[in-house]
Design a protein around this ligand. Structure first.
Ligand SMILES: C[S@@+](CC[C@H](N)C(=O)[O-])C[C@H]1O[C@@H](n2cnc3c(N)ncnc32)[C@H](O)[C@@H]1O
Length: 288
């Protein structure tokens, strides 16, 4: 007993202070210091979140929702090859870790480099069949120095290489020429029998100012000369944009796709079935 009882008490108190402080610091930067280390490692720092103050339930909701939607609406299974557009730090791809097994694979791209690097560090490190790529596409908010316009961007993948292409809350920011190009690229990289799932706002469900669940989802302004397209902020149309079923069908048809299904979302506050916050659009290659 070199320390004696008093020394042991002082050391214990110091350890509690240091350990307690490190837990406190961790909980301020990590979203959930109260979970296992493995879970903690899979979750990005809050500074990389779309909104670093959002509740952890919001983060998890996206993971589990897409793990349900992709098998149910797009027939994704163990050996599927899946592409995500606008994958951010890999939030929804985390659900697919439960589902895809090699040779099944996941590829995601996004315009924000740090998020791609983070996803690669956290997820590819434990699942090499999950790959994340940076695409230097211009976006006023997310990548203002981007070199390529979304309307000209060629997805960096072979023709007919995916069973499923999906995007969570990305088409809600794409302007008509960009949506048209992304539909065409999707048609090109989808295999025969493949399916695409895009969350967006379908204008037909909008019933006027004051009716949606949030003022952010009010589409009072027709966009330019485009029929069936409306925005919340005419001066910043990419903040949030909505498309009519007719406009979606037209763009899909020109790209060689057809609308298979639209599952209404909660945003429009319509009575009836609502699944995701946004509407879910399911597309497939046009039947000949
Ligand atoms: C609302 S966030 C959704 C992020 C992600 N899908 C998720 O579930 O966490 C929109 C994402 O789209 C990305 N993005 C914006 N414009 C894009 C474009 N033209 N092509 C691909 N991704 C884009 C942004 O960088 C951002 O990560």
């Amino acid at each position: 007993m070199l320390l004696g009882r008093r020394g042991a008490i002082i050391l214990t108190e110091a350890a509690i202070r240091v350990f307690g402080m490190s837990l406190w610091n961790r909980s301020r930067t990590k979203p959930k210091a109260w979970l296992t280390d493995e879970e903690d490692r899979l979750t990005p720092e809050r500074s990389l979140w779309q909104d670093e103050n959002e509740p952890i339930s919001h983060y998890y909701r996206w993971i589990w929702e897409y793990l349900a939607y992709l098998p149910l609406l797009c027939d994704v299974e163990r050996h599927s090859s899946v592409l995500e557009i606008g994958c951010s730090h890999g939030r929804t791809s985390r659900g697919l870790l439960q589902c895809l097994r090699s040779p099944g694979s996941y590829s995601g791209f996004d315009v924000v480099r740090v998020q791609i690097e983070d996803a690669t560090r956290r997820i590819t490190a434990i699942a090499p069949n999950f790959r994340y790529s940076h695409a230097d596409i211009y976006n006023r908010h997310y990548n203002p120095q981007g070199a390529v316009q979304a309307s000209d961007f060629v997805f960096p993948y072979e023709d007919a290489s995916f069973d499923c292409v999906y995007a969570a809350s990305v088409f809600t920011h794409l302007l008509p020429e960009e949506l048209a190009n992304y539909f065409q690229q999707t048609a090109r990289v989808l295999r025969t029998g493949g399916k695409a799932l895009f969350s967006l706002f379908v204008l037909d469900f909008y019933r006027g100012a004051g009716t949606p669940i949030s003022k952010d989802y009010e589409f009072e302004h027709p966009f330019g000369g485009h029929q069936g397209v409306a925005v919340k902020y005419p001066e910043y149309p990419d903040t949030v944009i909505a498309y009519s079923e007719e406009a979606i069908g037209r763009a899909a048809g020109s790209a060689g796709l057809e609308v298979l299904r639209i599952v209404p979302g909660l945003w429009s506050n319509n009575p009836g079935i609502a699944v995701n916050e946004q509407d879910l659009l399911v597309l497939g290659p046009k039947s000949r």
